[in-house]
Design a protein around this ligand. Structure first.
Ligand SMILES: Cc1ncc(COP(=O)(O)O)c(C=O)c1O
Length: 426
């Protein structure tokens, strides 16, 4: 699907050749990612463009960050307006801004009433930048609740988490990862976490003791292999949390904002947590924004002036992008499109799987679809897909992650199916 450009030498920021980009990045950049040998120069909608005229369908969408597609014109227009009219730059958090206030209200009212046992009094939002920061914020909320409300001695609070979890890469978060690669050599690690098997309620209950203050879980696991928990798991967690007076914290950084065909993944089971963590797509993939949203009483119980903060968290440009992204999620019915397109695409992939000797299982909801391969090495297939202009990556080595922008159209769905057929059916 190569396209031709009038001037192949100038696409995007510079004209330096790909070889030079590889060299510069290798010399000056930390090697914390194993990058595929492709330089993306420009992005639009669901497509990535290279200097030599290739047009690659983005089926990764930056791990669910680019749900609205790249450079969505409405988000771009809102950001350009903010820059040109001088209300975009970072402003000291000692003063109010109208854009942040409006963004906070928009997010707080988009999320259903959280933690109703603490009062039907609405939600509050604490904004940060990268997703991992908001996971830490939720951990702070839970620990403070354990200390202040449950009388757990400070320093003894425990949170139950799950095998194969992925909540980010900072020290506290990797401390409870079950992937040795994430934490080897980075000690001392943060104590206070107990690990249960994902989807296992008995395991969870056994780990609850007088120091437990919360359960932190992904309603569907993304990095851990694209797993949906068994039906009833989230409901069971809600019951355990209520019975033992624990906070239930859902990390929806990857699976929220329409990705699985519901605005929030927890709506598949009609369960509400006490706090939810959102990120990635919340600002249309244009600016790093994440939030921890909690029941109003819980948020006010845990955070007072000086107990948290972030220079850029919720700064005007981020709030503007966030408001535009939330508007267009509604206007362009991205949630409904994810559900409908996901159904069609999953059916096509199941048909391919039935004819393939390589596929072990197809799973997922909406446009969050995992294809587990029998040889356990999904990257082999992702590399073949990239050669024919479709970008995917592996999840937990064994699963090809198909998570394109939610705006993909029928032709793009067909493109994905045709390309998967080429690499999965011999
Ligand atoms: C479920 C989940 N939580 C947290 C994170 C961390 O987000 P960030 O990379 O923005 O810090 C991710 C990132 O992929 C994620 O998938």
């Amino acid at each position: 699907m190569a396209i031709s450009f009038k001037d192949k030498t100038k696409i995007g920021y510079s004209t330096i050749p790909d070889k030079e980009v590889f060299d510069i990045d290798d010399i000056y950049g930390a090697k914390h990612y194993r990058r595929l040998k492709t330089v993306v120069r420009k992005t639009q909608g669901a497509w990535l463009y290279t200097q030599d005229g290739r047009k690659i369908l983005d089926c990764l969408a930056a791990y669910s960050a680019a749900n609205a597609g790249h450079h969505h014109p409405k988000i771009v227009a809102a950001m350009i307006k903010a820059l040109q009219e001088n209300y975009a730059s970072v402003i000291s958090n000692v003063v109010y801004t109208d854009v942040l206030a409006l963004f906070l209200k928009r997010v707080a009212t988009l999320v259903p009433q959280l933690g109703p046992r603490f009062g039907n009094n609405g939600n509050k939002v604490l904004p940060k930048n990268g997703g991992v920061e908001s996971v830490e914020t939720a951990i702070k909320l839970a620990r403070y609740f354990g200390w202040k409300e449950k009388g757990i001695p400070d320093g003894k609070q425990e949170i139950i988490v799950y095998e194969n979890n992925f909540h980010g890469r900072m020290i506290t978060i990797i401390s409870f990862s079950t992937n040795p690669k994430y934490k080897e050599g980075f000690g001392p690690l943060t104590p206070g976490f107990k690990i249960a098997r994902y989807g296992n309620l008995d395991d969870t209950e056994k780990l609850i003791n007088q120091n437990t203050c919360a359960i932190l879980v992904e309603p569907m696991q993304g990095e851990g292999g694209m797993y949906q928990p068994p039906k009833g798991f989230l409901k069971g967690l809600r019951e355990l949390a209520d019975k033992h007076n624990l906070l239930l914290l859902f990390d929806e950084i990857q699976v929220g904002m329409g990705r699985t065909g519901k605005t929030f993944c927890f709506q598949h089971e009609n369960v509400v947590p006490d706090a939810v963590i959102l990120g990635k797509a919340i600002a249309g993939g244009m600016v790093p924004v994440s939030v921890m949203v909690a029941n109003r009483s819980l948020m006010d119980m845990a955070f007072s002036a000086g107990s948290d903060g972030s220079t850029f968290g919720g700064y005007p440009l981020a709030a503007v992008a966030g408001l535009a992204a939330l508007d267009l999620m509604e206007e362009e019915k991205l949630v409904e499109r994810s559900a409908a397109t996901g159904k069609i695409l999953k059916k096509k992939i199941m048909d391919i799987a039935a004819r393939s000797s390589h596929v072990k299982e197809v799973r997922g909801e909406g446009l969050f679809i995992g294809v587990e391969v029998k040889n356990g090495d999904a990257m082999v297939f992702c590399e073949k897909l990239l050669k024919i202009d479709m970008l995917c990556n592996d999840s937990h080595h064994h699963t090809i992650r198909i998570s394109p922008p939610l705006i993909i159209n029928d032709d793009e769905v067909e493109y994905i199916a045709e390309h998967l057929e080429k690499v999965l059916v011999d």
